[in-house]
Design a protein around this ligand. Structure first.
Ligand SMILES: N[C@@H](CCC(=O)N[C@@H](CS)C(=O)NCC(=O)O)C(=O)O
Length: 241
């Protein structure tokens, strides 16, 4: 019997949940994006709060995304993808390939955390408006040092091939697509200057964009637009490219 997948993630943003949504959408596996259901059907932010209180059992999650996959309950984006990757056909066969994809995903999550810290350098719980000065300094370094370093790294890891690991798309390739989209949204000027140095990554992005499930998803209203509540936010004053 097919496993029932339930994703618990903030309903108004792409955020980290998007990496999980992309995996399901690419593979065509049905999943329920629970918090996007109305509260009357068990959805809304209330559903997330109850999961964070331990309602699903399993190891207590610290923060969303959280996935229930049949009897398994797992949080942490990279751990969720590591768990579902084989069933969704989004990792190569064999431990070495699976581990390599997981390694890349963890690096992507480091990049995501740093992107978030450009607008929240002092505290997650404070508004951007309360940490704008520090955000400016942080974003300057992110744009000047970290975006180039991460992009250089992934361009080298790809090494002219069609996918990061093996020849078929893995969830790490989907995640590379997502961070390129996010960085382009948040830092368009900075990213424009980098385009010539990442031909392999841009080709990979096009390949992911054209993948049948992803193309259908991007054209649907299931894809939440980037916005200034999410991780990749466009504040022109931080795009110091
Ligand atoms: N390392 C975790 C981070 C989870 C996380 O920070 N989730 C955010 C939303 S994207 C959140 O709701 N955080 C609440 C908090 O940290 O208090 C992961 O990759 O899943």
């Amino acid at each position: 019997m097919a496993v029932r997948y339930e994703l618990y993630y903030w309903p108004m943003i792409q955020g980290r949940g998007e990496f999980v949504r992309l995996a399901f959408e690419a593979s065509g596996a049905p999943y329920v994006d629970v918090a996007r259901l109305p509260e009357s059907r068990g959805g809304g932010v209330a559903a997330i709060q109850s999961v964070l209180g331990g309602a699903l059992g399993g190891p207590l999650p610290f923060a969303p995304p959280v996935l229930r996959a049949g009897r398994v309950v797992v949080a942490q984006t990279a751990a969720i993808l590591h768990h579902v990757g084989p069933a969704l056909g989004l990792v190569p066969r064999g431990d070495a390939g699976r581990l390599a994809v997981h390694q890349h995903q963890l690096t992507i999550m480091d990049l995501v955390a740093e992107a978030h810290e450009t607008h929240h350098p002092i505290a997650v719980g404070l508004y951007y408006e309360d940490q704008k000065r520090e955000a400016k300094r942080r974003a300057e370094r992110f744009v000047a040092d970290r975006i180039p370093k991460f992009l250089r790294y992934f361009e080298s890891a790809l090494d002219g091939r069609r996918a990061l690991v093996g020849s078929a798309l893995s969830y790490a390739d989907l995640s590379v697509f997502q961070v390129l989209e996010g960085l382009d949204y948040a830092f368009p000027r900075a990213m424009k200057r980098r385009r010539r140095s990442i031909p392999g990554l841009l080709a990979l992005r096009d390949r992911v964009r054209a993948q049948r499930g992803i193309a259908a998803y991007l054209a649907s209203d299931r894809r939440i637009p980037f916005n200034e509540m999410g991780i990749f936010r466009h504040y022109p004053e931080l795009d110091t490219g």
